[in-house]
Design a protein around this ligand. Sequence first.
Ligand SMILES: Cc1cc2nc3c(=O)[nH]c(=O)nc-3n(C[C@H](O)[C@H](O)[C@H](O)COP(=O)(O)OP(=O)(O)OC[C@H]3O[C@@H](n4cnc5c(N)ncnc54)[C@H](O)[C@@H]3O)c2cc1C
Length: 405
Amino acid sequence: MTRPCRIAVLGSGIMGSSTALLLARRGHQVELFDEANAPFSAASRWNEGKIHLGFLYSGDPSLQTARKMLPGSLAFKPLVENLIGCPIGDWSTPSDDLFLCHRHSVVEPEATHGYLQHVAALVRQHPDAGQYLADASACRVQRLTARELAALTDSPHIVAGFRVPERSVATNWIADRYVEALAAEARIALRLNARVTSVSRADPGRHGERWHVESSLGRDGPYDYIVNALWNGRMAVDASAGLPPAGKWSNRYRLSLFARTTTAVDAPSTIITTGPFGDIKNYNGRDFYLSWYPSGLMMDSALVSPPEPPDLDEAAVQEMTDSIFARLGEFLPQAGAIRRHLERIALRGGWVFAAGQGQLSDPRSTLHRRSDYGITVKGNYISVDTGKYAHAPLLAHRLAEGLSG
Ligand SMILES: Cc1cc2nc3c(=O)[nH]c(=O)nc-3n(C[C@H](O)[C@H](O)[C@H](O)COP(=O)(O)OP(=O)(O)OC[C@H]3O[C@@H](n4cnc5c(N)ncnc54)[C@H](O)[C@@H]3O)c2cc1C
């Protein structure tokens, strides 16, 4: 459409906020709904920020997941810098990730090595490889020597290691810049503390079908378009628009630690693969992300509307924090160094919606394939399964281009 439209965007995470900014900059009037009292309060603020090139998905040797993920991750930096109006280089991890293979990995070390090399070739061949967080046009995977591995861990469970040119961003900092960009855009009106329950058809306008949004604030509209980017809340609202849930899915609520130390700690960004393990992410020497998947997994639900996760009291927060440090520390002693130098720490996270189910320890789990996400269009109602933080800006860009003809 070339005329200015009134558009409701549901959900103010990275998906909804990127879409709202792009549509507003094309001259549309956007109302951005969220149940929270501020934009970017959920998973898009509190995640690890890995800008996935596909290396982590060795459980999908078809490379379908890697191929799907590559374009969004290679486009992430320029698109986000344009959206928030500032460079993100200083808020990206400064060195390559180290992937350590656990003896109970769902993929054997030799097969992992082969898989990583295939993904590296895909990255090198991609025309946008040079615009990744760190130029990836000469992307190579390097096997760690026995000495390098021993310097990282003395765990008998770690059987191989690889240096992998994949980077991450500090999502909390990026969230703050998005909030500023939304506030600066006159064509975006925030509808906060608005829990969206459904959408309904309004009287058709001169240009066709229009929609109302029903939320805890009442009925809003009519809108020429609706973009549903509610992530964990998406399917229930889709059903009210006549898009019934399809396939199999899971909603997992995950918590991790976001730590800042008083002094620089030498703890490389290291991930234990492939399965229900954990990782340390070092953004700048003093800001860290630490996770141990089984300790931080609070809920795994296959319902359309998963129940609210329980509030954790102080003792429960302490117990989960201790558990993440202890389990991670069994493999990566650097976790202990981070804990000894803590300035502050927060246990945070959010929902992970996935078109897959099962246990990460099971090679047959469909969670090891993550290629089934994207945009669904039904007339002027659009629903987006973000898939990953890393891919939201490109999906938003495609969506805004599509709407603008
Ligand atoms: C611990 C953790 C680590 C992760 N690590 C990575 C990673 O390294 N790399 C990566 O690419 N991805 C990662 N992810 C996934 C990533 O966080 C999500 O894919 C991404 O943030 C989803 O963005 P979104 O905008 O779709 O959802 P959200 O950021 O969740 O935004 C959805 C918004 O909708 C609102 N909402 C929901 N239901 C309703 C309703 N009914 N009414 C009104 N508002 C509602 C919520 O308040 C929220 O603000 C991780 C997730 C977690 C939890």
